[in-house]
Design a protein around this ligand. Sequence first.
Ligand code: ADP
Ligand code: MG
Length: 248
Amino acid sequence: EEDAMSLRKSYKGNVTGDDIPLPIGSFEDLISRFKLDKQLLKNLIDNDFTEPTPIQSEAIPSTLFDRDIIACAPTGSGKTLAFLIPLIQKVLQSKKHAKKKSTGGAVKGLVISPTKELALQIFNELNSLNTKLGLSVAYLNKSLSGKLRNGVVKGSKFDIVVSTPLRLIDLVKNGALDLSNVDHLIFDEADKLFDSNFIEQTDAILNACSNNKLRRSIFSATITSSVEELANSIMTSPIRIIIGHKEA
Ligand code: ADP
Ligand code: MG
């Protein structure tokens, strides 16, 4: 515990909220504390992700404890893995559970990004972490959206979907994509998603994710007042994680 606290001090992490979990000092910690899938750990190491960055040290355990989080850390600080690692682990666990109960497939994880370029980057990182894990993951590009709309591909075959807001809402409105089983929703670059241009779309997505066990994560380089406001209105006892810029 002392180690964890000095770790938090070392990167000047400001973490607030009720019952905050201790940060992880290494990805291996996730094996003992959360039974992280061993292949997922291997995939991290194979990609040269040997040590967690500060935002990863804090955001991963909070998410794995099923907490809503608001995470703020500078550009380039590793926010993508900070949400993808716990997302993959959670979806793997819920699939194992579903197999036992032999319930059907459904979209469990949803990542929203304001631009196609960023969404595609997230999807590529998700794909490489998914090596040998066998999750069915999708990026809603134009071609896949078309196939979903005309029924050539069923939305329920995907475990995790990465999308920009408009594409997603279009498919939900058409009945081509059901988000009612999503239990993990991530907003990346939330300062953009929660500003006035996007807010209606973000609201529509929140309404479509009707599962009452839904957990929400908000990631951004800057947390604006509109992000704070919306976060407070949609989240239950969130943990706020603020990682400052590295000092020279
Ligand atoms: P952000 O979203 O905070 O701007 P990214 O998630 O895009 O940052 O990560 C920035 C870069 O850091 C990427 O090239 C990514 O592969 C790399 N990176 C992320 N986490 C780690 C890690 N734990 N170890 C080494 N490199 C990492
Ligand atoms: Mg990012």
